[in-house]
Design a binder for this molecule. Structure first.
Ligand code: NAD
Length: 472
């Protein structure tokens, strides 16, 4: 029986390995993590992450050929293939701070694998890493190996949170990069054999290591760039009377462009887009390509602009002050169908409103109060002027933040409502009831274009929706 061990039981490691276990009953899969609480949650009825369909997959395999454990070294020692899916956040100090990827977790994992291994192994980069990381990993591992051989493969993950299980069941492609040597090709074939249990041959792409590593950064940069492009257009729509939905549709019907990822919003979030673009920017700078670095920086600058533009619109609409006004925040996760709040635009929007002394009442169906309070107390990292992350000096003033478990509670006696996540349930709310319980005039600021503006205006709301014509 082939044994797989995955280091890192996070948003990627957990779902990816659960699907491998489901699709490959003859493979034993152990997901290990240094976080005891995370592993305990994976072994419980309340999994540590919310992802549609994940519970069912885990329930089917856990205890059969899928295991979660904190015994990291033991399972690495026993494995034939070791996936490394640890976090690779943006560095916060030292050389490259604010842009470069922090590979500390990866390096620790690589040293540990080399240290405990007594047989040849395939080591798979599942985390998103800078191009050329495999070279560094090879160096670390071969210098520490005790007469055994490691083949490093790059197998970046393209799943999107919120649709992870369906993305893993039916990916657009699986990418495997390896060394162009007989050993490298053999390792690629071994990993291909795993994926080919459920993925058609034609969807499994093989490349050299550097192409695979760079493709992941490039894919995220392209996706984020589309969002920034449509968001940049949304401001022009508002200024001219064009409707961003109509513009996106008209643009996206061109088959060269395509309709996906063209929704205007309050901005992109999540743990990957900004981090990976910053990483790309840093790599360009290190390779003497400042103009290319500048090009990709704009994607982030427009994203920041979109968030501050939204806050300014809220404040300006509410007679230039939100001081002591109650503003309901519907949605805190960075997108629907996930409880993940990493880099969510809601953080910047809430901080902006709190900075103007608003009181915010937050509801998200999947985000806990602890998460929200922690997020609001962290300083935003300024990558042009890197400083160490520390509690914000103008804190979100806990008194002005309440987290509630119902949209109607959040909006009760509120002056305004900001919709920041496109949860389906926000489309079905009883907006008449919400209007009746709000202070007047009652404002709705739709940062995700989920509500029917005309209906809300009929009820009596003053409505702002990103990229749409303003209230008549
Ligand atoms: P995560 O923070 O949810 O999980 C990483 C886990 O690794 C943590 O639980 C941490 O405790 C564990 N870990 C760190 N060092 C360890 C060690 N030495 N031994 C054992 N466990 C260790 O991160 P994530 O969202 O799963 O992302 C992981 C990687 O995948 C990142 O590089 C990310 O960029 C990439 N990625 C993420 C997504 C996504 O949607 N989240 C999608 C594609 C790729």
């Amino acid at each position: 029986m082939v044994k797989i061990c995955c280091i890192g039981a996070g948003y990627v490691g957990g779902p990816t390995m659960a699907v491998i276990a489901l699709k490959c009953p003859s493979i034993e899969v152990v997901v290990v993590d240094i976080s005891k609480s995370r592993i305990a949650a994976w072994n419980s009825d309340k999994l540590p992450i919310y992802e549609p369909g994940l519970d069912e997959v885990v329930k089917k395999c856990r205890g059969k050929n899928l295991f979660f454990s904190t015994e990291v070294e033991k399972h690495v020692y026993e494995a034939d293939i070791v996936f490394v899916s640890v976090n690779t956040p943006t560095k916060t100090r030292g050389l490259g701070a604010g842009k470069a990827a922090d590979l500390t977790y990866w390096e620790n994992a690589a040293r540990m694998i080399a240290d405990v291994s007594k047989s040849d192994k395939i080591v798979v980069e599942k985390s998103t890493v800078p191009v050329k990381t495999a070279e560094a990993i090879e160096k670390i591992m071969t210098h520490n190996a005790k007469g055994i051989k490691f083949q490093i493969l790059s197998n970046p993950e393209f799943l999107a949170e919120g649709t992870a299980i369906q993305d893993l069941f039916n990916p657009d492609r699986v990418l495997i990069g390896g060394r162009e040597t007989p050993e490298g090709e053999k390792a690629i074939q071994t990993l291909k054999n795993v994926y080919s249990q459920w993925i058609p041959e034609g969807k499994i792409l093989t490349t050299n290591l550097w192409s695979a590593e760079l493709s992941k950064l490039a894919a995220n940069a392209f996706l984020a760039q589309r969002i920034s492009s449509v968001n940049a257009l949304s401001s022009l729509c508002e200024a001219t009377g064009a409707n961003v939905n109509q513009v996106s549709y008209a643009v996206g019907t061109d088959t060269r462009i395509g309709p996906k990822f063209l929704n205007a919003s309050v901005g992109f979030g999540g743990s990957c887009f900004q981090k990976d673009i910053l990483n790309l920017v840093y790599i360009c700078e290190c390779n003497g390509l400042p103009e290319v670095a500048e090009y990709w920086k704009q994607v982030i600058k427009i994203n920041d602009y979109q968030k501050s533009r939204f806050v300014n619109r809220v404040v300006a609409s509410m007679f230039n002050t939100v001081s002591n006004k109650k503003i309901a925040i519907l949605g805190f996760a960075f997108k629907k169908d996930t409880g993940d709040t990493r880099e969510t635009p809601a953080i910047d929007v809430c901080k902006g409103l709190l900075g103007d002394k608003a009181r915010v009442s937050i509801f998200d169906p999947q985000v806990t109060e602890d998460q929200i309070q922690r997020d609001l107390w962290m300083n935003k990292f300024d990558w042009d002027h890197p400083i160490h992350l520390q509690p914000t000096s103008t804190p979100s003033n806990e008194k002005n933040v309440s987290v509630v478990w119902d949209a109607y509670e959040a909006t009760k006696d509120a002056d305004g409502v900001c919709i920041l996540t496109e949860w389906d349930e926000f489309k079905k709310l009883d907006y008449q009831k919400i209007y009746d319980n709000m202070r007047k005039p009652a404002f709705v600021f739709d940062g995700r274009n989920v509500v029917d503006c005309d209906k809300l205006r009929e009820i009596g709301f003053i409505v702002y929706s990103i990229g749409k014509p303003l209230d008549p």
